[in-house]
Design a protein around this ligand. Structure first.
Ligand SMILES: [Zn+2]
Length: 450
């Protein structure tokens, strides 16, 4: 389980072919028996509201130590002590880790993976029966599917069971949706208040399904340049999960937010330099970040930093920090090629096992030029066979599929692990990451309840 920082938008390639199991699950998830009563608006959590009020009072009542008498800022970020940060994150961490929310999320994760397995089994049997994949039309139009299955009672039965499973678990899906909406709005409220207190631009909180990326299992992630803090829903299945863990993770990712904010403030300082803050300048900054760091900076983030910066010129101390983070961002850009390779290998592994080694080789054949850090030698003959078949399915029939599956599995596994280890080592040893790790741990170590 790791905390992570990086950007995954704009550089991930579309790893087609389209996944009909996923499409089928989406279509099944849309199944609904009756209209559910809408949950009334949340009356507001007293503890959470109190916390926001306290922050407001603190802001209004205390003279700001960070402003000189001229009204100019003397530093960009108003850091919180670990104690204050832990206190600020306490109500949110307890909401995210409340027994009720945790139970809802765990229950849904279980239903979700069971449904996925059933859907996978169905699409695989469909393929065996019809020697092709389900098409989009059949996934969308269930009547049409029913007609198609008419002469295949086994498959029909399987389909009925699958449909029933999804219908029976509508309540779990609804409960998850409500829990996510409640937790997300609390998280957004708290993070907005914390960012405001520290003079940071707003951060966008979001839950994501996926709990793994190229670096391995994910405990929380921050997307540079976009100020997005992501929490994977699969986190709820992890033994390590607790309110304390959530506080540690949030503090860790907020530290990355500070780092990104400082670097952006420097970019603005360099680029603005008397220029009007217009679309052209924004574009200029975006191009600069893309070129230097491989990161897509959003206009929202750039404008957010400009607002917090408020004309402040970075101090020598801040510039020293900026240098360290810029270096870390540049290093991560170097790693992007490996991140892409792992994404391709993960998709190949999935195709090899969920569909066929043939489909896996189709993807490899399309993306071979992108596998820069991988030695394809050990499976080059398989790729050659696929290419020479020119889509001729007869060649596939004379092919030792089991042997191909085993070899592809060993090969993808070895390279996924090898690249993940390299990525993790580079990531963990980066000074930006180590600072975030320290900040998170300091907050996690605070004793809040004597
Ligand atoms: Zn990190």
């Amino acid at each position: 389980m790791v905390f992570c920082e990086g950007s995954d938008s704009g550089r991930r390639r579309n790893l087609a072919p389209a996944d009909e199991t996923a499409a089928l699950i989406n279509s099944l998830n849309a199944l609904d028996v009756t209209a559910k009563p809408k949950k009334s608006a949340k009356s507001g959590d007293p503890e959470g509201d109190l916390f926001i009020t306290l922050l407001e009072q603190q802001r209004d009542g205390q003279p700001r130590g960070d402003r000189a008498e001229t009204g100019r800022r003397t530093r960009l970020i108003d850091h919180l002590t670990p104690q204050d940060m832990a206190g600020a994150l306490l109500p949110l961490s307890e909401i995210l880790a409340s027994p009720a929310n945790a139970a809802t999320m765990k229950e849904h994760n279980k239903v979700d993976s069971e449904g996925r397995e059933l859907a996978k089994a169905f699409t695989s049997k469909f393929r065996k029966q019809f020697h092709r994949d389900m098409n989009a039309e059949e996934i969308r139009d269930r009547e049409r599917l029913r007609e198609l299955l008419h002469d295949h009672p086994d498959l029909q039965k399987e389909w009925d069971q699958l449909q029933k499973y999804f219908l029976d678990h509508v309540p779990q899906r609804d409960a998850r949706k409500r829990a996510l909406a409640d937790m997300s709005s609390e998280a957004q409220k708290t993070l907005n208040a914390v960012c405001q207190t520290m003079n940071l631009p707003p951060i966008n909180f979001e839950f994501v399904k996926q709990g793994v990326d190229a670096y391995g299992p994910l405990g929380g992630a921050y997307v540079s340049g976009q100020a997005i803090l992501r929490v994977p829903e699969t986190l709820y299945d992890d033994k390590i999960f607790s309110a304390k863990y959530i506080r540690t993770m949030l503090a860790h990712e907020l530290e990355h937010h500070k780092q990104g904010t400082l670097v952006m403030a420097k970019t603005i300082e360099d680029k603005a330099n008397g220029n009007a803050f217009d679309d052209k300048l924004i574009k200029d900054i975006q191009d600069d970040w893309k070129a230097r760091f491989g990161v897509d900076a959003t206009e929202e983030f750039i404008r957010g930093v400009a607002k917090c910066r408020d004309g402040h010129k970075l101090t020598p101390e801040e510039l020293k920090q900026v240098k360290i983070y810029e270096r870390a961002f540049e290093d991560r850009k170097e790693a992007n090629g490996k991140v892409d390779d792992v994404a391709i290998l993960l998709k190949m592994r999935e195709l090899t096992n969920d569909r066929s080694p043939w489909d896996s080789l189709r993807l490899m054949s399309q993306l071979e030029d992108n596998l820069d850090n991988v030695d394809i030698g050990p499976v080059a003959d398989l790729l050659k066979t696929f290419r020479e078949s020119k889509g001729d399915e007869a060649k596939r029939k004379n092919w030792d599929e089991e042997n191909a599956r085993d070899r592809l599995n060993v090969w993808t596994e070895v390279w996924i692990r090898f690249l993940q280890i390299q990525l993790r080592q580079a990531h963990d040893s980066s000074p930006a990451e180590q600072e975030a790790e320290k900040a998170g741990e300091a907050v996690g170590a605070v004793q809040l309840k004597p």
